[in-house]
Ligand binder design. Structure first.
Ligand code: GRF
Length: 200
């Protein structure tokens, strides 16, 4: 496989999206570092199993978001990462990191943004009774779940869905979509002008 760029993945939880990136054939990117804010994140075990360098930057040990972000940025800068991929990272990063990696920080979110930003997107979709929700991959800017949208997939909401069943169907799409987007980004096939993202 030709490695085009190195990426750092930030993850707080189970890390199934991280795993999809690790397992993707011909991703065109190499995961060189995994960073988690939670010592108990299963994502760290996935990194360990895959032989990927991993670090814990515990949120609770910092007085401010800026200091926390600075510590994360320090880890990324001492790796060879050229881009940052958020995969279930549940902390908001301060502007310093966004500025340092402008249009090189990607996030995946379990709704069709701009609908249902925030940590409870799947619950909110159910609460609103929408018939379609989905997945968004976007560049990260200074606002939460807000930056230019790169790709979206729709997922129907079924009458008997609860958070677990709907999220499970959304994740099937996530695991297919995120490696595609990261791969296209790594190969330089994605460009951004203002809020408009083009695929070449
Ligand atoms: C995903 O649903 C992603 O969209 C959201 O957090 C979840 C992470 O899942 N940002 P996992 O840790 O990759 O399994």
């Amino acid at each position: 496989m030709e490695v085009v760029i190195n990426i750092a993945v930030l993850a707080s939880g189970s890390g199934t999206n991280l795993q999809a990136l690790i397992d993707a054939p011909d991703l065109g990117a190499d995961v060189c570092l995994v960073v988690s804010d939670r010592p108990d994140a299963a994502a760290l075990g996935r990194a360990e199993t895959a032989g990927i360098a991993h670090r814990i930057v515990p949120w609770a040990e910092f007085d401010s978001r800026a200091d926390f972000t600075k510590a994360i940025l320090g880890e990324i800068e001492t790796s060879d990462a050229e881009a940052v991929v958020l995969a279930g990272f549940m902390r908001v990063l301060s502007g310093e990191l966004i500025a340092a990696y402008r249009e090189r920080v990607l996030n995946i979110h379990p709704s069709l943004l701009p609908a249902f930003p925030g940590a409870h997107a799947v619950q909110h979709a159910l609460d609103h009774g929408v018939k379609l929700t989905g997945v968004t991959v976007h560049f990260v800017d200074e606002e939460v779940d807000h930056g230019p949208i790169i790709a979206q997939r729709a997922v129907p909401v079924l009458p008997d869905d609860d958070v677990a069943s709907l999220h499970a169907r959304i994740q099937v799409e996530e695991h297919e979509l995120y490696p595609r987007v990261v791969g296209a980004f790594a190969r330089g096939q994605i460009s951004v002008e203002g809020r408009k993202v083009r695929w070449e």
